[in-house]
Ligand binder design. Structure first.
Ligand SMILES: [Ca+2]
Length: 388
């Protein structure tokens, strides 16, 4: 999500790319619903087709996959437990993920900021015993608790990978410039993507560490860390066809970036921003940084909202392209990427004249991609369709 509101001077940079426009439209959907700040859109993978909109304020709504639906069900309401302050808009209920075996075990996972203090939490919840269509607010089991040094950069994506493990994207702790050097520090979860096994419990924790997590044998390192050197991942997703883990890492001064996350990878922050030097403060001579797949300059947008590699059927023009947007400029793009060469190809625009402040993307069970934008207290949902 949007980084700290710094006094931003106009940025000089390379020429603004003249990206070709795809014959694709972002069309408003679910317009009969009043949804407050939908920062996560997902599905339960249970064959029900339901779509879940998680409101940052702390309520999760469930609806059938019908853009004309008149009413939403409340799936879970933990608003009284969630800290959300509209003037500090990076806290709240930020992430929701359903267990790959949700249909059998009724488990789902929520990332939120607790009411008191600057504390992020990831918890397991279960559905109601007498009504499996609803989550049970009294079923909470806390998995992770993380004190945040500042209110901003909380990351917030939680997603199950094709390996069945839960991936948790965290920010660098906030403020600006990563003052604590968390991005390059393996002794803190901050600035990292964690990976945990929620199906086992070990060492007094409500989860276990996967045996091939990269730093399990590194002294002092947090064994939950899967990848690091990240500033504030705003949305982590998996390509349902290839299993690749895509993230957008929100930049600070000049560059927004897209990364494909690898086990043990160091993505550079705060030594680098995108492909460019940022600070020597935490540089280590032997460090190797993984380059972004793609970066864009702040003359195009100032806060990336990362999306999905499109694998749906409705919009053949998008097949295999990575959908993403910018929260500040409201631009929406689709990027070609070749997994064999590991190189990005053409970047395309998807024109939406209102330039909406896009805050997240989500997938339906059948692989169609939805998108949300936030206007004050409320949000709008969009679907992608071929242009006339
Ligand atoms: Ca980076």
């Amino acid at each position: 999500m949007i980084g700290p509101v710094l006094a931003q001077k106009p940025v000089e940079g390379p020429p603004v790319p003249n990206d070709p426009v795809l014959p694709v439209k972002a069309k408003k959907a679910f317009t009969n619903l009043r949804i407050r700040r939908p920062v996560t859109i997902t599905n339960a993978g249970d064959g029900s087709g339901r779509i879940f909109f998680a409101e940052q304020q702390g309520v999760i709504l469930a609806v059938p996959n019908d853009p004309d639906v008149e009413e939403a069900d409340v799936f879970l309401d933990i608003e009284n437990e969630v800290r959300f302050n509209p003037s500090q808009n990076e806290e709240g209920l930020l992430g929701l993920a359903f267990h790959p075996k949700f249909k059998e075990n009724g488990e789902f996972f929520v990332y939120y900021t607790i009411k008191k203090g600057l504390v992020s939490r990831v918890s397991r919840f279960k559905t109601m015993k007498d009504d499996p269509s609803k989550g049970d607010p009294n079923s909470e089991e806390v998995l992770l608790t993380l004190e945040q040094p500042f209110w901003n950069h909380n990351g917030g994506s939680i997603e199950f990978g094709p390996d069945g493990y839960l991936y948790i994207a965290l920010g660098d702790g906030g403020s600006a410039n990563d003052p604590q050097g968390n991005g390059q520090n393996l002794e803190t979860w901050l600035g990292s993507i964690l990976r945990i096994d929620v199906d086992k419990k070990e060492d007094g924790k409500n989860y276990a560490i996967p045996a091939d997590n990269p730093f399990v044998d590194t002294e002092g390192a947090k064994p939950e860390i899967y990848a690091y050197g990240l500033r504030n991942v705003w949305r982590l997703t998996f390509d349902r066809k290839t299993g690749a883990c895509w993230v957008g890492d929100v930049g600070q001064n000049i560059w927004e970036e897209i990364d494909i996350i690898k086990n043990g990878g160091n993505y550079g922050w705060n030594v680098r921003e995108g492909l460019h030097p940022f600070s020597d403060q935490n540089a280590k001579p032997d460090a190797k940084y993984i380059d972004p797949v793609f970066e864009y300059h702040h003359n195009v947008g100032k806060s990336i909202t990362s999306g999905y590699v499109y694998r749906g059927k409705k919009v053949p023009e998008l097949e295999g392209k990575f959908l993403y947007a910018d929260y500040v400029s409201g631009k929406i793009w689709a990027l070609d990427y070749d997994y064999e060469t590991g190189k990005a190809g053409q970047n395309y625009r998807i024109e939406e004249p209102s330039n909406p402040p896009v805050v997240c993307f989500g997938e339906t069970e059948d692989g169609e991609v939805l998108m949300s934008a936030i206007f004050g207290e409320y949000g709008s949902i969009y679907e992608f369709v071929p242009a006339e």
